[in-house]
Every structure is written in C-alpha cells, then in structure tokens.
Ligand binder design. Structure first.
Ligand code: DC
Length: 433
C-alpha cells in the first residue's frame, strides 16, 4: 500500500496545478479524479443524453470504459480507448461532469478504479470526496479553498490564455453553480473531512501552496530517521587538488546535459557516508561527486588504471581499483577504510551500467561496506528517458538516509548480508519509480 494523500476542494481552487507540482516534488503519482467524471460527462453529451437525468445517463455506463494512463507523470484519460485528455477540458464538459457526478450510480461506477490506483501507488488524488468517501483512511487530507471570485479570476485567465471565448461573469456564474451542485448533491457532496487540514489559498501564490502542502505531507508521512553520525575529513593539499580536478572534469558533463537534482536535503553534508546509486552512465560518479561537495571516494574497474594518464587522474579523484567478478575482499576493506577516514564512498552496487534503467542483479558488496563501517547509507537514483543526447535531462534523486541502526548485522552471514543488501537496493529502487 502506498502513501495516500487526499486533496479535496471546490472547482477552480487550483487543486490540479498544485497536486501536479507536489506529486513531481515528492515522486508521487497525481490522480485527477475530476477527469473521470468529465470523461463520463463527455460520453453522455456526445450521445445527446441530458446529463442531469439519471435515467438517461445510467444505461450508458455499461458502454463506458474509462482508464487512466501515465506518460512521464502526465495523466492521460482514455474513454473506450480514445485519448480524451483534451476534449474533456472544454467549458461545456465542466458542467456536464458536475451534472453526472451527482448521479449515485456514476459515483459507484468510478469508486473501484480510484481505490485501485491508490492501493498500488504513492498518490496525491484530487477531487471532492476523496477524504470523505474514496480514501477515508488516507494518510494526509487537505481541503483547499479560495473565494469564488478569486477562483473565477484564475480560471478566466487560464481559459483566455488557451484561446477560449469566455467572459469573467460567465465563469463566475459557472463556478457558483458548480459549487452549489457539488455541495448540495445527496451522494458524496463536496465537504471537508473532519480530519482534513483546511487551506485557504485566496492570498497565496501557487509556489506557496505547493510548499505548504508538500510540507504537510512530509511531516505526516516521513518516518523520522535516527540522527546519523558523520565524520569530518581533513582537507589536505592533495584533497584541494582533488576538488579542483573534480570541478574541471565536471564542467563538460554539466554543459552537455541538463542535470536536475532532487532531494537536496538528503545530500550528505559531512563525510563518512556510503552513497549507493544505480549506474547508468560512465559519468555518474562525476555527477554525484559534484552534488556532494565533501570529498568522495570511488571504486573503479581495474582496467581503467592500466592507462597511465587516466590512472593518475583517477587516483587524484580518490578512485581505487576493483576487479569485477572477483571474490577479493581487499577493495571492500579499502572502501571501509575510506569511510572510516571520513570520505563519502560513492558505490554503484550493481557493478555495471544498466542500459534500460532497471536495477541489475543485487550484489552484496555494498552491504558489506555499509555494515562493517557502520556508516549511514544515502541512496541515489539516476534517471533519464531514452537515449542520452546533447542537453538531455538527467535527474539525480537523493533519498532519505538509511541509518546504521537499520542495517546493523548481528553476525556475518549471507542471510544478514542479503537483508542489508535488499534494504539498500529497495531504497534505490524506490527512487527510480
Ligand atoms: O475537478 P474538476 O473540475 O475537473 O471536476 C469536474 C466535476 O466532477 C466537478 O464539477 C465535480 C465532479 N467531481 C466529483 O464530484 N468528485 C470528484 N472526486 C471529482 C470531481
């Protein structure tokens, strides 16, 4: 079961804009349930049915299949296989949606679909009855309001920008009418759940609302992590050279790609941490190294050290050789030594790059280093779509640290190692969703 956040409120309060941004920030799926009622309103209108008449609308339900799909985080609404994401956004369909949403059979028709999505994902779901009916046990409930005039003004500007021919008064009338319909219908009327937090956004900017809601969600859902003890590394002349070389090496990477960093609050602020990431490109260590600022150390395959010049460069960059596929523990002990000395050890536990972004076969080296050194682990996810091209977007997502207490082992055994390994891989996997 994922984390469920219910965001309810009247039409035009800006729920969808805010929910989309919050979902993006927290890596949640955004579910716009209004789109489901709109799809049914659209179907009924296309069939020439009177959308306020249950007698005309209910028989149509057996011909309707509504599905939600996601493409790079954007919700796509399929009505009997047809992508109607745009068609449902016109003004007439808003009223048709409000009308059909008052019909109890329509509401029960859409109930399971909404609950199914919520059961399988971390979601922020916006609607009217999410906190009261659809997800009464949601982890977080927010009821977002704004005055009718403020909402009409926002909606008017949005529609004019889209080139639709509307007047402010029409929109205000519509909003008042929909408010009345939505809060006076007999089934699942729009109302604040008793345990919802009410947020009046009339005088708030979108960014302020996004921040407020993200903070509410974080406060309610993030499990407190035991404070992690980190070490300080002593800056020597060699390390200053390291910092300069790291910066120079990173310049072309940061020019060639559009690198976006998420979860900045989780970036190790001191040393002595194991940073475990999935592996996509040869320059992953460079990207991560630049985010961390504090000195990092890296494992690199031993073949790379055969080239003299590259070997020197790698040594300056605090990389040390490891032979792949060997059972030799020496490089792992060297890794533990680096962590003990206060370096942030950057590891790619899969050992090899993944072409499609999925996590490779789990290996236990990372578990060995983390449990022997007793260091906290910072999971990292590196994500991009398709093939890398000039200025492709690459996201580096830092996850909440795993405290040493969580991955402490009682005795050195394969079973204990696998538990630690799976915890770390699980945390990286979560960042790739
Ligand atoms: O959020 P929206 O404007 O896209 O929603 C369209 C209509 O659907 C709205 O007038 C009320 C209805 N609706 C509902 O009754 N319950 C929901 N969970 C979502 C929307």
């Amino acid at each position: 079961m994922g984390i469920n956040c219910a965001l309810d409120g009247p039409s035009g309060a800006g729920k969808s804009t805010v929910a989309k941004a919050v979902a993006k920030e927290l890596g949640f799926v955004y579910v716009d349930t209004g789109a489901l009622y709109r799809a049914i309103g659209l179907y009924a209108a296309r069939q020439g049915a009177c959308t306020t008449s249950a007698q005309e609308v209910v028989p149509l339900l057996s011909d309707i299949n509504v599905e939600l799909k996601y493409n790079e985080g954007t919700q796509i609404v399929l009505l009997n296989g047809e992508d109607v994401s745009k068609a449902i956004r016109v003004n007439e369909i808003s009223m048709a949606a409000s009308n059909v949403s008052a019909i109890p059979e329509v509401r029960s028709f859409l109930l399971d679909l909404q609950r199914d999505i919520a059961a399988k994902n971390d979601i922020i779901m916006d609607g009217r009855d999410i906190g009261t009916v659809i997800l009464p046990n949601a982890d977080v409930k927010v009821f977002m309001t704004a005055s009718a005039e403020e909402r009409a003004d926002r909606r008017y500007k949005e529609l004019i920008e889209k080139g639709q021919d509307v007047t402010y008064d029409e929109i205000l009338n519509d909003i008042n009418q929909r408010d009345y319909n939505d809060s006076h219908r007999a089934t699942a009327p729009l109302k604040k759940a008793d345990d919802a937090i009410e947020l009046d956004t009339s005088n708030m900017s979108i960014d302020e609302v996004v921040e407020a809601i993200s903070n509410i969600i974080k406060e309610k859902t993030v499990k407190p992590v035991a404070p992690v003890e980190m070490k300080k590394v002593k800056w020597t002349l060699g390390l200053v050279l390291y910092a300069i070389v790291r910066f120079i090496v990173a310049i072309p990477v940061y020019i060639c790609f559009n690198i976006k960093i998420e979860g900045k609050e989780n970036i190790p602020h001191a040393g002595g941490m194991v940073v475990a990431s999935n592996h996509r490109t040869w320059f992953d260590p460079i990207m991560i190294g630049m985010c961390i600022i504090k000195p990092g150390a890296y494992m690199a395959k031993e073949e790379l050290f055969k080239n003299k010049l590259l070997g020197v460069l790698l040594k300056i960059l605090q990389a040390f050789p490891v032979s792949r596929g060997s059972a030799d523990r020496a490089p792992l002990d060297k890794a533990v030594d680096y962590v003990d000395r206060g370096f942030n050890l950057v590891l790619f536990p899969e050992g090899t790059r993944s072409k499609d972004g999925s996590l490779g076969k789990p290996k236990s080296g990372v578990a060995y280093v983390a449990s022997i050194s007793g260091a906290p682990v910072c999971p990292v996810g590196i994500l991009f779509e398709g093939k890398l091209r000039f200025r492709s977007k690459i996201t580096i997502r830092f996850g909440a640290p795993i405290s040493p207490d969580e991955i402490k082992i009682e005795k050195m055994s394969a079973r204990e190692m696998h538990k630690v390994r799976d915890r770390i891989y699980g945390a990286i996997g979560d960042l790739l969703k």
